[in-house]
Design a protein around this ligand. Structure first.
Ligand code: DC
Length: 227
């Protein structure tokens, strides 16, 4: 069921740790509702890529000019969201292990968060969006009509990431260690840490399929759209 033009177009905030199934679920929910899906992690990743390419130190003062110099855009195409940095499509490159290793450090910087949160608010202010990240329900859109906090066991999340990577020499144990480290950095930072908003609905996806997750969230969304 797509929404009709007379229906309310709400903001859906989807937060949770790495590997909890946010992006796949958010994309599907957005597709079903005819909403725009916005992956905010891609914005933090793109700035991290720019910083690594320019060999900047990962500090507020060094990265603030980058945020002003670089044109960063999320383009919605029929095949999904593309991330554009300057004039270059960096959709693939922002998923590299190097970017993944440093993105939590970059996303802990207050100047980076302030600049990107502002852009995210602009992108979603008219509603009709499913936005995924770590602080959407707490900081970016505390007034979102629907807030979901997805989680899953560490082992399950590590298995999913390994499956996504395909051929890799990383062991399950090593992937658990890497994800755990990123969770701790994301949840332990001073500014906008990863945490569940008090009014977010928590869904444990450890034993749910993508279809089940999607249909639960769609049911909750439709209740609010029709309210
Ligand atoms: O969802 P992801 O793994 O692509 O996110 C990459 C990193 O960006 C993640 O480690 C934390 C950070 N992030 C954030 O701090 N706030 C957001 N709204 C989205 C992502």
């Amino acid at each position: 069921m797509k929404t009709t033009s007379t229906e309310k177009r709400i903001i859906i905030a989807l937060d949770g740790p790495a590997g909890s199934g946010k992006s796949t679920t958010a994309r599907r929910v957005a597709g079903e509702l005819g909403y725009v899906y916005i992956d905010t992690g891609a914005m933090y990743r793109a700035i991290t890529l720019a910083a690594l390419r320019e060999e900047r130190s990962l500090t507020n003062t060094d990265l603030l000019p980058l945020l002003e110099d670089y044109h960063l855009e999320l383009v919605i195409t029929p095949d999904g969201q593309r991330t554009i940095l300057g004039r270059e499509d960096v959709t693939q490159e922002i998923r590299s292990p190097e970017v993944t290793k440093f993105v939590s450090t970059v996303s802990a910087l207050p100047a980076v968060r302030e600049a990107l949160s502002k852009r995210q608010r602009d992108m979603g202010k008219n509603g009709g969006v499913v936005m995924d990240g770590r602080d959407i329900g707490t900081v970016v859109f505390p007034e979102a009509e629907l807030k979901i906090f997805l989680m899953a066991s560490l082992e399950e999340r590590a298995k999913r990431r390994l499956a996504e990577l395909g051929e890799t020499t990383l062991s399950l144990q090593e992937m658990c260690r890497q994800i755990d480290e990123r969770d701790k950095q994301d949840a332990g930072r001073l500014v906008s840490p990863l945490r569940r908003a008090h009014d977010a609905i928590e869904i444990d996806t450890s034993h749910l399929s993508i279809e089940e997750q999607t249909s639960r969230i769609l049911a909750l969304a439709r209740e609010r759209i029709l309210a």
